[in-house]
Design a protein around this ligand. Structure first.
Ligand SMILES: [Zn+2]
Length: 261
């Protein structure tokens, strides 16, 4: 196997994973999307709310606000020293108080920990009219995407690296070039050639159109993309996903040692 970094930014990272298998790359994807913990609001206690949205609706919206996550300072509740009772290492309190007329945004949430705050300050929570007010205390905890999508760290997907091969020069090369939706081909000196192999999306139009003069297939290489919702950086999502995978395999190895006679 080999891994090459193709693109990296604050929100997105793209890798090329060579000589692997769909099963392996998909396992990585599932660990990143569903086993990497992030922080999200789980409990809300309302002091007052006479806005147009009832308490449950506001609570649901609050749960979906991505919070910047610090995995070094917080534990999953069931793995915490407090044994799930709730302490400063596994719970974070956020409060909000506002009265109308105004729009309440995610930036109005006051966090007890300045490091853990909404990633995007402009998420609307509820619009208050004149005379309406809202006040609550919310508890954010670490959780994983397998329990609820609000704890998912991002969108992770992969696709096969395509292989486009020209077996025989087709009669209508120019039309092959113009038909391809991804601009994979070019004609130079009346000869059709593959200009951009990696852009191919396996639509197979060129194969059908040329009656098999062009062959499209897949290699055992993959493009993997991690798009973060903002709680963690894309590289943190990848590293943590692999760490959780590793820890579960280590646990399994220990269990296997116990069952051996
Ligand atoms: Zn705790």
């Amino acid at each position: 196997m080999n891994v090459k970094l193709l693109d990296s930014s604050k929100e997105k990272m793209e890798l090329r994973i060579g000589e692997s298998s769909p099963a392996y790359v998909n396992a990585l994807r599932r660990y990143m999307a569903f086993e990497v913990p992030t922080m999200a609001i789980e409990d809300v206690e309302f002091r007052s709310n006479n806005s147009i949205l009832y308490d449950e609706m506001v609570g649901h919206r609050l749960g979906l606000v991505p919070l910047k996550t610090d995995l070094k300072s917080y534990n999953l509740k069931n793995e915490c020293k407090c044994k799930g009772a709730g302490c400063a290492q596994c719970e974070l309190k956020l409060t909000l108080k506002g009265s109308g007329p105004k729009m309440i945004y995610s930036s109005d949430l006051k966090s007890k920990d300045p490091k853990i705050k909404p990633v995007y300050p402009q998420i609307p929570i509820v619009k208050l009219l004149d005379g309406q007010d809202i006040a609550f205390e919310a508890i954010a905890v670490l959780g994983t995407g397998k329990e609820h999508a609000k704890w998912s760290p991002g969108l992770i997907y992969y696709r096969h690296v395509p292989t486009v091969k020209i077996n025989k020069q087709p009669a209508n090369s120019e039309e092959v070039v113009s038909r391809c939706p991804r601009n994979c081909f070019e004609v130079k000196a009346k000869k059709l050639s593959v200009k951009d192999n990696d852009a191919c999306i396996l639509c197979n139009d060129c194969v059908e159109f040329t009656n098999g003069d062009i062959e499209v297939g897949t290699a055992n290489d993959f493009f993997m993309t991690v798009e973060s919702w903002g709680q963690l950086s894309p590289s943190d999502i990848m590293i943590k996903g692999v760490e959780v995978f590793n820890a579960q395999l280590t646990d399994f190895k220990k269990l296997l040692a116990d069952v051996k006679e």
